[in-house]
Design a protein around this ligand. Structure first.
Ligand SMILES: [Zn+2]
Length: 194
């Protein structure tokens, strides 16, 4: 029987690593191309003013909110609303109140509420917000990720799957890798001589 060291130095092992690397590189390049070539759906974000008028208490609140413990923000400043009211997103933060979708499963709901409450504390970076919320609600982070995957593919035809993957990759970059949101480039810009 070969020792571990002999195996690591074997041709088979090196070939395996090379194949793994090529598959990884091919996947990333494909996702980057899909992300840029797929048409970005114009998101019709609701106005924070309208959301507050419809769902939140109307008492005066200082702008910006005074520093507040996270749990207090979650208890008093996070409001559950129908998903269609927040443009189909899981949640949005509006300086004084955060709004989260009413169809999120239990743990995901707690995670998204924490995520939006961290935004209300003044954190604007999505990746940092996600890490902070994920440390508090690890199960919720996993559930939100799985639910978002399920939700993205729901009611999409197979021909639309490539663009769904492109969109998911875009979100992954924003929420986990702290990379800037790339605007898709049209065929015109791709093919015009520079
Ligand atoms: Zn966010």
């Amino acid at each position: 029987m070969k020792s571990g060291r002999a195996f690591v130095q074997s041709k088979k092992f090196k070939l395996g690593i090379l194949i793994l690397f090529l598959v990884f590189a091919f996947t990333i390049i494909t996702l980057e191309i899909l992300m840029r070539r797929c048409p970005l759906k114009e998101i019709d974000w609701p106005s924070c003013y309208d959301l507050r008028a419809k769902y939140a208490q109307q008492e005066f609140l200082p702008d910006p909110l005074p520093p507040m413990p996270l749990q207090e923000l979650i208890n008093n400043h996070i409001i559950i609303v129908p998903r269609e009211e927040i443009a189909g997103s899981n949640g949005i933060a509006c300086t004084k109140y955060g709004y989260i979708a009413n169809d999120l499963p239990y743990s995901a709901s707690k995670f998204v509420a924490t995520h939006e409450a961290i935004h209300l504390q003044g954190e604007v970076n999505e990746t940092i917000t996600n890490i902070k919320a994920g440390l508090r609600q690890p199960m919720g982070l996993i559930q939100t990720t799985i639910y978002s995957l399920f939700y993205s593919f729901r009611s999409q035809s197979v021909s639309e799957y490539p663009c769904v993957f492109g969109k998911l990759w875009q979100n992954f970059r924003t929420y986990f890798l702290n990379l800037p949101y790339e605007q898709p480039i049209t065929l015109d810009t791709m093919e015009s001589p520079s």
